[in-house]
Design a protein around this ligand. Structure first.
Ligand code: TPP
Ligand code: MG
Length: 328
């Protein structure tokens, strides 16, 4: 087995940490589905199938400095940037202590100032011009940081995507845009969304570099985003990264995905990075079965504690409903 991470100059601890964060995201997500189906939380929108892209990309960024404008599936991004399992569960239960919105927003509307996670809106792609704005500020203030924004491939057909990337291209702004191509926009498959072979080719029209990577391979994504970050800091402008994987769950807890064949999902599950990356770590002796058991136990404790904590906390008081809406 070729030890790719060593060739890339990455330590065993670092690549193991990527796996732990991916697994934590998956386990939180799976718990949320159980809570939803047992009537305890109202809504889930999953990261399942996209953890490798999300965590691989995040670990290539400076997680103490860079800004992120994530989209609703980015559990792996926000966990990497310091949001905790407890905080995510508080949001899922819509409790007052939820740092994202105090329980006001649907889950998946991430936002946390202390970790430089920009708050997002429900209309898809609005985060792109926001992230470009951060990149403009970074350039104007001569700060050595990048802004990182994600979206789905379906969302890359919205005007905000074109406007944001065009502006970033003209002004050579340090923004990395990652399209998480999971092959579907709710029920619409990729070939009914986009006529070009892939999304990354659009980069050329914005005068920036575009690259398509295997979204099931965290190291592939890591490499592409690292290079994008270096280019951005050298003043060479933005990059459009397209990470191709597959949406392993229905669009959301309210979607019945009968529009696609079960065999297609089964086939995609064979490429699930939670399995393939785990196998890579076993083959390169980073992970052993004992260590895996220990990690799984630790994550179970984190997820259980987060669930119990969030469930026991109070909802916001009715008087809070108008806060941040009207001047007080
Ligand atoms: C402007 C806008 N149009 C439509 C919607 C409804 N909507 C929410 S998610 C979604 C699909 C987006 O697909 P994609 O960008 O591929 O992301 P994915 O959910 O597959 O990760 C749609 C149409 C919305 N939120 N905002
Ligand atoms: Mg999609």
């Amino acid at each position: 087995m070729v030890n790719r991470h060593k060739k890339m100059g990455l330590t065993d601890d670092f690549v193991l940490d990527i796996y732990k964060t991916m697994l934590l995201a998956r386990k939180i997500d799976e718990r949320m589905w159980l809570l939803n189906r047992s009537g305890k939380i109202p809504f889930v929108i999953s990261c399942q199938g996209q953890e490798a892209a999300q965590v691989g990309a995040s670990y290539a960024l400076n997680r103490d400095l860079d800004y992120v404008a994530p989209y609703y599936r980015d559990l792996g991004v926000v966990l990497s940037f310091g949001m905790t399992a407890k905080e995510l569960m508080l949001s899922a239960f819509a409790k007052a202590e939820d740092p994202n919105s105090g329980g006001r927003q649907m889950p998946g509307h991430f936002g946390q100032k202390k970790n430089r996670i920009l708050t997002g809106s429900s209309p898809v792609t609005t985060q792109v011009p926001h992230a470009v704005g951060i990149a403009l500020a970074a350039k104007m203030e001569n700060r050595d940081l990048v802004s990182f924004v994600t979206l789905g491939e379906g969302s890359s057909n919205q005007g905000d995507f074109h406007e944001g990337l065009n502006f970033a291209g003209v002004h050579k702004l340090p923004v990395i845009t990652m399209v998480e191509n999971n092959q579907y926009a709710i029920s619409v498959p990729m070939d009914k969304q986009v006529a070009s072979k892939n999304v990354s080719v659009r980069a050329e029209s914005y005068g920036m570099k575009g690259v398509t990577v295997d979204g099931n391979d965290p190291l592939d994504v890591y490499e592409a985003v690292s290079q994008a970050r270096e280019r951005a800091l050298r003043g060479e402008g933005g990059t459009l990264v397209e990470a191709v994987s597959y949406r392993l769950t229905a669009h959301s807890s309210d979607d019945d995905d009968k529009y696609r064949e079960k065999t297609e999902i089964d086939e995609a599950r064979k490429q699930d990075a939670i399995i393939t990356y785990r196998n890579y770590l076993i083959d390169t002796n980073v992970l052993s079965e004992e260590l895996e058991e220990k990690i799984t136990k630790e994550i179970n404790v984190i997820v259980n504690e987060a669930t119990d904590y969030a469930e026991s906390k109070p909802y916001a008081s009715p008087e809070q409903a108008m806060r941040f809406v009207y001047e007080e």
